[in-house]
Design a binder for this molecule. Sequence first.
Ligand code: UDP
Length: 328
Amino acid sequence: MTQKRVLITGAAGFLGSHLCDRFIKEGYHVIGMDNLITGDLHNIEHLFKLEHFEFYHHDVSKFVHVPGKLDYILHFASPASPIDYLKIPIQTLKVGSLGIHNLLGLAKQKSARLLIASTSEVYGDPQVHPQTEDYWGNVNPVGPRGVYDEAKRFQEAMTMAYHTYHGLETRIVRIFNTYGPRMRLNDGRVLPAFIGQALRGEDLTAFGDGSQTRSFCYVDDLVEGIYRLLLSDCADPVNIGNPDEITIKDFAEEIIKLTGTDQKIIFKPLPTDDPKQRQPDITKARAILGWEPKVSRAEGLKITYEYFKSLSKEKLYEDPLGREFTKK
Ligand code: UDP
């Protein structure tokens, strides 16, 4: 049997790099692609020595060429934190629109199956709880999150159009908050923010009154769900996430306990359009994929904290997008 070949965009990012690892482990030839704006080559450094891994430094919003056959394409290139897409809104829109168009064209030319990383952000600030796949969402197109939310909604529409019009094999995963090793420490997302603050000896900044909720999924669980979805025959969107919901204030308290920091929680203004609650309904993933998360938040947070602790001191104060922290 000839070896299957998969293209993973956003390969140097948090999720992309874990997907590269998984597909290598499954015996695939993996072609990683990333423009390295928010990705970090350290995440995939260990793969460069492998015969069945190659890397293209390329921006998928420009024409994408990959020689040879392709069986699968996974589109995971995109800024993915609210602070990132405030800083680079146009690139965020381009990778979700021009980028997906290029990749759909490539998938059609190669007769490859394409899976896109969509997001719980398509539900916006949801009025249905927990969120099921048939909920259409409550998104403000012109708010600060609009560039991400609408890019992802467009991406779903475009992918579905290629599926119905061209008969392309497509898959859509709606990813809820996910965490684990290789998250960027200073990208502004709540988990690295809290752990970074604890490691730097700063207070933990809860936004608003901290009563908004999120449901955090450990990265290995997410990757398993994505792998199963790719190999399934379901072209409709599927939620993948952990339904274990927690308020941001309680989450901050868990991080204080985990890290043993003697800092306290301080409250900062709630960002515009910050969703008040979020929890995936995973009935569909359970039924179609036989999937559900296995890693508890306690276990996952422990592994993630160990990872952040192992980073160099400089990393605690740096960010590729130029966010600098003042050393105490
Ligand atoms: N948040 C917070 N403190 C921070 C960073 C984020 O309280 O330092 C809150 C944020 O307002 C949101 C939640 O944590 O309600 C999750 O934020 P994140 O940026 O991780 O992802 P989101 O789910 O909003 O896309």
